[in-house]
Write a protein that binds this ligand. Structure first.
Ligand code: MF3
Ligand code: CO
Length: 236
């Protein structure tokens, strides 16, 4: 899983540096698929429950699972990109959000708080802590900023499959559920809305959007629990 994580982190890094206003999300998908194939890895999302692309690209009020299209990145957009791959049968999953051109101060804050909340959750991933300590840390960090944590979608165990037990919520009370043990690997992925937490799914059956149309951000890492504490696998 270290190998898969490293490969994914490098791909996301080079993807990030190629992003610019005017690119379509289809262009970005092609680029990602190319990078994945060149590494001898397999795109994990393509064909997953019929999902049609290698990555998810979600603009502004789109929370997650947006399908790449001919839509172009423009000034003021927030774009969330989610990438998953398989190396030697092991899965890795990672996502980030980024703003383009002049952004509203509140939108900049949303990006910053969502990314920081991911690290707040990861910090809880020590042997002996409880699964729910992760979500509690994320929610407690996010809500004082006036933002809300999405409830309808959660993080997950990951390993030989993209989605394994347990679910890893980004909200909840501390000190309940399973106790964290060495060797567990989770995809932690807070989705944070500027407005209310409620979401709905578009007619394409994939794209998740905020119910109130306000923007959303999403950051994700694949993280292992070791005796030394959390190890972020999707890191270069
Ligand atoms: N990180 C997302 C998740 O765990 C990616 C899944 S996209 C899908 O749900 F297309 F594969 F569904
Ligand atoms: Co995931």
């Amino acid at each position: 899983m270290r190998k898969a994580g490293k490969a994914l982190a490098k791909i996301v890094c080079s993807l990030r540096s190629s992003l610019k206003i005017g690119l379509t999300t289809f262009d970005i998908n092609c680029l990602a698929e190319d990078l994945i194939n060149k590494k001898g890895a397999v795109a994990a999302f393509k064909g997953y429950r019929g999902y049609p692309a290698a990555i998810c690209t979600s603009f502004n009020e789109e929370v997650v699972h947006g399908i790449p299209s001919q839509r172009k990145i423009k000034e003021g957009d927030i774009l969330s990109i989610d990438v998953g791959l398989i190396v030697d049968g092991w899965f890795s999953d990672m996502a980030f959000s980024v703003g383009f051109g002049e952004l509203d101060d509140s939108h900049k804050k949303l990006l910053e708080v969502t990314e920081r909340s991911l690290y707040q959750g990861i910090q809880q991933m020590a042997c002996g802590n409880y699964l729910s300590d992760i979500g509690f840390a994320i929610q407690s960090y996010v809500e004082p900023f006036g933002f809300s944590v999405v409830r309808d979608f959660v993080g997950h165990g990951i390993g030989r499959a993209l989605h394994e037990d347990p679910e890893v919520p980004n909200f909840g009370l501390p000190r309940s559920g399973p106790i964290l043990k060495e060797g567990m690997v989770f995809a932690v992925e807070p989705m944070v809305n500027k407005g209310a937490a409620r979401t709905r799914i578009l007619d394409d059956h994939w794209t998740v959007v905020t119910y109130d149309g306000q923007p959303s951000a999403h950051f994700e890492h694949t993280v292992a629990i070791t005796s030394q504490g959390p190890e972020i696998l999707t890191q270069v």
